[in-house]
Design a protein. Structure first.
Length: 495
């Protein structure tokens, strides 16, 4: 009778705790839900703005990589350093890196299917059976551990196809990461060259402004000597004002592009840094090779094209994995456990085990496997077509960038000839005007032509470096740009 009295007593005790748990959980959920569903402010009138709370900072925000020497006023950095900072701070490279790591983890997860699975479980059963209990009303507790082993022996290619699917996905993610890096590098190089171009244009505008001042002084001197009319002085003043306007515009462009380059590096636009100057000597001899060779290199080394091909192979492997779902497989399951019975003192634990070899074959799935297999094949065809399309685009990009570089090379040579003739013409026109045998119109025309030729020569040099970087990117050789293809920092120095 002692067991029967203790039985109900234990039942009453166990009922209190389960009842308290949902009540506490309900209170906690109500508090969480109230906070989550708290209504934001609502406008009172159509013409009154809503006072919104300040936006909280994102959690686990990545800290920007800003070198200490870069924060010093007037610090000058090289292109290699600019690219290094950008690759560390750019969210695109961080996202592609994490995507590749995720694909690696998925590959490991799929490969785990080749290993057996082992599960450990513990059970507790409390029951009361008056028909078999020797003591009427007694409560029986049965508890004990159980170990279960499962192993897939044969699946006719399903596991290998899933592993190959994940492996090709990892390869595609790796190539995509490399493509992201090359895109970031190209963007930073372009912003870098644009900034150098703006600085060179500012220096050219300053030279033009000084030359306009010389013409204004000459016109004023001739007017004071009675050798020129006031119209000539006014024309010289107009040209000087236009030169001032060009100089101020170039100065604003320098500041804007400086902030743009800082943003491309992932830094605040007001970061105190600077770079060198645009080199006067352009490595025109780097334009070598045949376009067919460059196209072949691009087809072999372009990371985005390699990623597309890996995705096509991944889709093909997925077809085999889907096909294996409709084929038989052989698996082995085994379990062993021990059960303890309470309150029957002195009774030995009960040991149990079992082993099962199972052959399963899906006879009918409502044609689901048939349609899944068709879809997988069509998806594989889409992926292969996308890879072929990208290959054609790569060929076109290399073709266009190659001849753009050829054109940029010719423009550098032509613009230098134009600049040399414009400088000679301006010197002759200025000398003739000072001697009184030339007109102010001829001199101003020569100076305007010189200013345009100087700007075109700078633009031609900048365009050459951008075209060179673009060709290196399109052929999949952007990593060589830093020290070989686009050496524009060796003439740097402090500006």
């Amino acid at each position: 009778m002692q067991d029967s009295r203790h039985g109900p007593s234990l039942q009453r005790k166990t009922l209190r705790a389960p009842f308290a748990v949902p009540v506490i959980a309900l209170m906690l959920f109500h508090g969480t839900a109230s906070a989550a569903w708290k209504s934001p402010p609502v406008p009172e009138r159509p013409n009154v703005p809503v006072e919104m709370p300040s936006t909280p900072a994102p959690q686990n925000a990545a800290a920007l990589a800003i070198p200490e020497d870069l924060l010093k006023p007037g610090a000058t950095i090289t292109l290699a350093k600019v690219v290094d900072i950008a690759l560390q701070n750019n969210p695109l490279t961080r996202a592609s890196y994490l995507a590749a790591r995720s694909a690696s983890d998925l590959f490991g997860s799929k490969h785990a299917a080749y290993y057996p699975s082992l599960d450990l479980a513990a059970s507790f059963n409390r029951s009361k059976n008056t028909s078999t209990d020797p003591v009427l009303g007694a409560v029986e507790n049965i508890y004990g551990p159980e170990v279960t082993l499962g192993y897939l022996l044969l699946d006719l290619g399903g596991r290998s196809a899933n592993v190959e699917d994940a492996r090709q996905g990892l390869i595609a993610a790796d190539w995509s990461h490399n493509a992201t890096i090359q895109n970031v590098v190209l963007g930073v190089e372009t912003a870098y060259v644009d900034y150098l171009d703006a600085k060179a244009q500012l220096e050219a505008s300053q030279v033009t402004l000084k030359q306009a001042q010389v013409v204004l002084d000459a016109a004023t001197t001739r007017h004071d000597a009675g050798l020129a009319t006031i119209a000539e002085v006014l024309q010289a003043k107009t040209a000087f004002s236009q030169a001032q306007l060009s100089f101020q515009t170039a100065d604003g462009a320098v500041l804007a592009l400086r902030g743009g380059l800082a943003t491309a590096m992932g830094l605040p636009a007001n970061t105190p840094y600077d770079v060198g100057t645009l080199p006067s000597e352009v490595p025109l001899e780097r334009v070598a090779g045949v376009v067919e060779e460059l196209i072949a290199n691009a087809e072999a080394h372009r990371p985005d094209l390699a990623a597309a091909r890996a995705l096509a192979d991944k889709a093909t492997a997925h077809v085999r994995a889907v096909r294996s779902d409709g084929l038989p497989n052989l698996s082995l399951n085994a379990s062993a456990g021990r059960s303890y019975i309470d309150p029957y003192a002195g009774k030995s634990p009960v040991n149990s085990w079992s082993a099962t070899a199972l052959v399963s074959f899906p006879l009918f799935t409502g044609f689901a496997n048939t349609f899944d297999l068709r879809k997988a094949r069509e998806d594989a065809g889409v992926a292969r077509a996308q890879a072929d399309l990208l290959e054609q685009q790569v060929v076109l990009q290399v073709w266009q960038s190659y001849y753009s570089l050829k054109t940029a090379t010719q423009l550098v040579k032509t613009s230098r000839d134009l600049l040399a003739s414009a400088e000679q013409s301006e010197r002759v026109a200025l000398g003739r005007y000072k001697e009184g045998v030339g007109t102010i119109i001829d001199l101003l025309t020569a100076q305007a032509a010189l200013a345009g030729a100087r700007a075109q020569e700078i633009q031609a040099r900048s365009s050459f470096y951008v075209a060179l970087a673009q060709l290196a990117h399109d052929t999949g050789a952007a990593a060589q740009n830093l020290d070989q293809a686009i050496e524009i920092t060796k003439e740097g120095g402090t500006p």
